[in-house]
Design a protein around this ligand. Sequence first.
Ligand SMILES: NC(=O)c1ccc[n+]([C@@H]2O[C@H](COP(=O)([O-])OP(=O)(O)OC[C@H]3O[C@@H](n4cnc5c(N)ncnc54)[C@H](OP(=O)(O)O)[C@@H]3O)[C@@H](O)[C@H]2O)c1
Length: 334
Amino acid sequence: MKKISWAILGAARVNEKLIPAIINSKQGELVAIGSRRKNAAEECVKKYAQEYTESIKCHTGFELILNSMEIDAIYIPLSNEEHTETALRAINNKKHVLIEKPMAIKSQEVGLLIDAAKRNNVRIMEGFMYVFHPQFDRIQNIINSSILGEINYAHSMFSFPIQAARHYRINRAIKNGGGALWDIGPYAIHTIRSCFKENPIRVYGQSKLNEHGADISTTGMIDFGLNKKATFDISFECVRRSEFEVFGKNGRLKCPLVWQPDNLPAKIIYSTEKSGLKEEVVPTANHFDLEIDHFNAAIIQDKKLKLSSEDAIWNSKTLEAIQKSILTKEWVTL
Ligand SMILES: NC(=O)c1ccc[n+]([C@@H]2O[C@H](COP(=O)([O-])OP(=O)(O)OC[C@H]3O[C@@H](n4cnc5c(N)ncnc54)[C@H](OP(=O)(O)O)[C@@H]3O)[C@@H](O)[C@H]2O)c1
């Protein structure tokens, strides 16, 4: 059976999850890792895939990987503002690319990536791993069943205190990809968007910026029109929260661990006037493994991707508009 040969560009912390996901996938194998920092790729393999130090090639820099004819697919967990340039090079070298969220920090760049992928006949996908957890489909299922009534309000909260060692993520202005909006904001916004059939029509955001102009905390509103709205709160200086709540005329649904169920069973709590309070436990699942299996299958069996290009464009359009609102202190129409 044909296996997808994967490489990773960037010795990122998330590789702790992605390296085992690729190695253990039935249809994929990890053949290389590159990092711009000397010995960082080797350290990464030693840490997360000790038994594979012989088979995974480690490189300083990305050139050899991008030009290799052996590699079919590339995972990009680089800093937000670095996604476009690296992904474009990979796509133009006929590689399928899984790009961490946000796909790019400008919607116009997302458009460039999508066009390049079409021209080169390769698949690209934004890395929202949480949609591959069975919890996501169950939430959609409850919303689509109409028991809550038409959804008219949603709220999401994502936060954790950022450690000093990670301060390189907040050392540049928000417009250059630094801060919470581009880091954890994509999850909070994507989850909200997935509950409404409409696209946002206008947004408002307010932030606490640090001395570099990166947002440390952002609170915002998204107006979907037709009296449907959402609020979100993201922060690098608040206790850990990974929560989401959605409301309709007839009921409400809450998900206390939406993006980080990790090895814990995920819980969905919902209530309607008719049914009373219900609590469902979704069995433990590894959404990183499921994401890689999905991407491999899409390539090999030419299957439709769960996350569409249109979705990636609307994510970045919404985030871009919130960024503009933060900087202008005004509502921004999309
Ligand atoms: N961490 C998680 O558990 C997790 C979970 C889900 C999703 N994600 C997503 O995955 C993406 C990457 O997150 P991450 O936490 O893994 O990022 P990260 O560790 O900060 O790494 C991002 C990039 O920064 C460079 N880098 C790493 N350590 C560095 C350091 N000490 N100094 C300077 N540069 C460094 C690396 O490139 P070079 O090696 O080329 O320098 C790396 O590719 C984000 O979009 C995040 O939201 C993360």
